[in-house]
Design a protein around this ligand. Structure first.
Ligand code: NAD
Length: 493
């Protein structure tokens, strides 16, 4: 575990020589004292990224050259999958199979954007037809500049990959600020990039507290683009900071995603996808399908099967074999989840299962898989993101009513629909106001497909070509090609 920041290709102590405690979620014990960056360090990192962009030649390198670095990073991650996955478990609490999945996904993300970087070389300037034949216009795409990337704790390495890979592929340089709850693998990513020979200043990693390291990054005049993933309140602050000097900004925020299950669905399949949609990563997933709407005829039997399966989920420390649910990330997060459940009960909801610390797990931030029913529509448990292993299940009568309920949210990140009737699935998918809609499944995510939300779930899209476009400016070059002068002020005689 590292105790230096990575700035300008070197490992440096934070300017104020401060650290912050990183705790292990399964015990609450101290895992590491991580280096705490402050405004001075952020300034040094931005200046390094600025120099790498302005005079270091990174944007001028061919896409193929940048792809070479990205593939080397992917290979570096793959060579250390077991070690990185273990670190992620200790830092975040998630079960080892999930952490392994995430780390492999992060490597895939670097390889995928290597491919898109290569494609940039082949991209011809796009000709734009103009109504005036005296002009000829083409459009090219260029890197935006220095990116300030701020990420959350739920997928520490993967969220870093989602931002760093497309930004470097596009020709941008990056200052990455991971969450203070899970800073460890971002520093390893810096080490892997260093070993891959990524030039100094192209990727900088500053670990630190949001207010001390994140805020100065959002306020720094040397940053051209802010790419943020996290909560709505912080996203709002990031956007306000960006507004001051009109930085480009993309935001991936929270959700309260619905899952509509029609009564022609197979119950076992529905239950499996509901479990996957809400208990993977302890429900600490922005796209978690946390509101399940079940057509009335299926409601009773489905609820019974869901509760039976939720009770069977093996809970424990993420490194233990067979564990499918680890502790939540922090004591605070656990307290927030418990408070949300208690409030739901006070509002009139009923706990069908869970709602407490699992027996026998007295230490750490554990919470049982929880199913809430009869949650009033005004209750925060129905309207607000809980970001924990808590699902609200509710009956609906018809398609129109279900769509209304599903769309009645200030969020619009994801939604899912399940039915044996394909036409109905397509119809409902079209009506759902969300950036991601899953049919007959929930959560599978691919680097090739766009990721992002409607409404308060964010601005812009990550992943796929959209993720690359997130870091590219559009430039028109328009040429005056006529033999005759323009002749507005100076009239030819
Ligand atoms: P958070 O908003 O508390 O923190 C996110 C990051 O912002 C952290 O690195 C934090 O240090 C930093 N930060 C805090 N205050 C800051 C400030 N004033 N200025 C700049 N940076 C600051 O979110 P979190 O608790 O880490 O993550 C959970 C949230 O993230 C949930 O709401 C979840 O839905 C969302 N999320 C969204 C996606 C998505 O793709 N849409 C993915 C993962 C998580």
């Amino acid at each position: 575990m590292r105790d230096h920041l990575y700035i300008d290709g070197r490992w440096v102590k934070p300017a104020r020589l401060q650290t912050f405690a990183v705790l292990e979620p399964s015990t609450g014990a101290l895992l590491h004292n991580a280096p705490a960056a402050t405004a001075e360090d952020v300034d040094a990192a931005v200046l390094a990224a600025r120099a790498a962009f302005d005079t270091g030649g990174w944007p001028q390198r061919s896409g193929a050259e940048r792809a070479g670095y990205l593939r080397a990073i992917a290979a570096g991650i793959r060579a250390r999958v077991a070690e990185l996955a273990r670190l992620e478990v200790l830092d975040n609490g998630k079960p080892l199979p999930e952490a392994t999945w995430d780390v492999e996904d992060a490597a895939y993300c670097f390889d995928y954007y290597a491919g898109l970087a290569e494609e940039l070389d082949a991209a011809e300037p796009e000709a734009v037809a103009l109504p005036d034949a005296r002009f000829r216009c083409t459009v090219v795409r260029e890197p935006m500049g220095v990116v300030g990337a701020i990420i959350p704790w739920n997928y520490p390495l993967l969220m870093a990959a989602w931002k760093v890979a497309p930004a470097l592929a596009a020709g941008c340089t990056v200052v990455l600020k991971p969450s203070e709850l899970t800073p460890l693998t971002a520093l390893e990513l810096a080490a892997i990039a260093h070993e891959a020979g990524v030039p100094a200043g192209v990727l900088n990693v500053v670990t630190g507290i949001g207010a001390d390291a994140g805020q100065p990054l959002t306020a720094h005049a040397g940053v051209d683009k802010l790419a943020f993933t996290g909560s709505v309140p912080t996203g709002s602050k990031v956007m306000a900071a960006a507004a001051r000097d009109i930085k480009k900004v993309s935001l991936e925020l929270g959700g309260k995603s619905p899952f509509l299950v029609f009564d022609d669905s197979d119950i076992e399949r529905a239950v499996e996808w509901i479990l996957f949609g809400i208990f993977w990563n302890q429900g600490q997933v922005c796209s978690a399908t946390s509101r399940v709407l079940v057509q009335r005829r299926l409601y009773g039997p489905l609820l019974a099967r869901l509760v039976a399966e939720a009770r069977k989920i093996r809970i424990g420390q993420g490194l233990e074999a067979g564990v499918l649910l680890g502790p939540l990330v922090s004591a605070d997060q656990r307290a927030k989840v418990d408070a949300a459940v208690q409030q739901a009960v006070a509002d009139g909801a009923r706990v069908a299962c869970g709602g407490q610390r699992p027996p026998g797990l007295d230490q750490g931030y554990y919470y049982e898989p929880t199913v809430l029913v009869d949650v009033p529509l005004h209750s925060a448990a129905w309207t607000e993101e809980i970001f924990g292993p808590v699902v609200c299940v509710r009956a609906f009568d018809d398609e129109v009513g279900a769509i209304q309920l599903a769309n009645d949210s200030r969020f619009g990140l994801a939604a899912a629909v399940m039915s044996a009737n394909d036409a109905r699935c397509e119809r409902v998918a079209a009506a759902l106001r969300a950036g991601i809609v899953w049919i007959n499944c929930s959560q599978p995510t691919f680097a090739e497909a766009p990721w992002g939300g409607y409404k308060q779930s964010g601005i812009g899209r990550e992943l796929g070509r959209w993720g690359l476009a997130n870091y590219l400016e559009v430039k028109q070059i328009t040429r005056f090609t006529d033999d005759k002068p323009w002749g507005w002020y100076i009239k030819s005689s």
